[in-house]
Design a protein around this ligand. Sequence first.
Ligand code: PLP
Length: 367
Amino acid sequence: MEQKQTINFGAGPAKLPQSVLLQAQKEFLSYSGMGISVLEMSHRSADFNNILTKTESLLRELLTIPDNYKVLFLQGGGSGQFSAVPLNLIGLKEDTCADYLVTGTWSEKAAKEAEKYGKVNIVHPKLDSYTKIPDPSSWTLNPSASYVYYCCNETVHGVEYNFTPETNGVTLVSDMSSNFLSRPVDVSKFGLIFAGAQKNVGCAGVTVVIVREDLLGHALNDCPIVLNYKVQADMNSLYNTPPCFSIYIMGLVLEWIKNNGGSAAMEALNKQKSSMIYDIINASNGFYECPVDETCRSRMNVPFHIGSKEGDEGLEKEFLAGASKRGMISLKGHRSVGGIRASLYNAVTLEDAEALGTYMKVFMKEH
Ligand code: PLP
């Protein structure tokens, strides 16, 4: 049966580059002529060690990670890191407190989890809707905080930082799960960056943690050993069985990013794709409404409503059904906010975004 073309705009797990899937398929039964699959390989074998080393060195190269940072490949997802970050870092200073910049669902969840382990200061007044990033001049940062935490791209609300917060020397921690390697990042400005792989750099199962060495060894006594950064760093992420296959897939994706121009090229492409969709929204005279302030609209996740600010349910249903007929899937907004959300991660091509743009124009004309 001929397969119809599908364009996946899902928020994650998300589209992978076709060439990566084909290579994984080719090597699936016998990796590198070994006669076994990566799925069957011991994590202590020399061959898996090569995969791990290659993946780490690609990441170091793509992000120019300084030598005084460790790279960890952990399980537990982004949510695991909501616990691991305070468990490892909130005790860095005597006051066991941390500043959280809450700008959407994911930073809100992270702050809530951190409250179990220390004092959490929400840096700015509670926002009634997650559609903007309060001006940094209005933030009250605590100089005694062990760290300042923020989510660089809020996947549900489509709010993305286009600047790195200034913390006056306090350790900066960022959740980059949904915009990791979508643009260059100066790692040296951060104490820690983490990212689940399943949006921009692979499949579910592995979470990358990039952590400055001097932050290791300060975990609370209660920190579970698998979440202890120092233990994992000392064991090269092999304290226990790592997510081997997910690390292998990440290696293939990183190679694809490198062969396609690296993070700067990804940024140029992501700018082009997202501005095309935002331009259509802006020019639609309110037919399409994006609730997010123009200064912090995400290049990765474009949320919008149709028909009115709150969205016309009938029109949105019709839009999704029409998209599905054209092979465009996973455009439904997150259940907590409704509407439409187009996720335009690295593997989504310009042609994919153009197909969506064309459909948006046609749909508007017809209604
Ligand atoms: N952080 C961000 C920005 C996310 O988008 C998500 C999930 O979508 C998470 C954290 C949680 O990740 P996980 O489901 O891997 O725990």
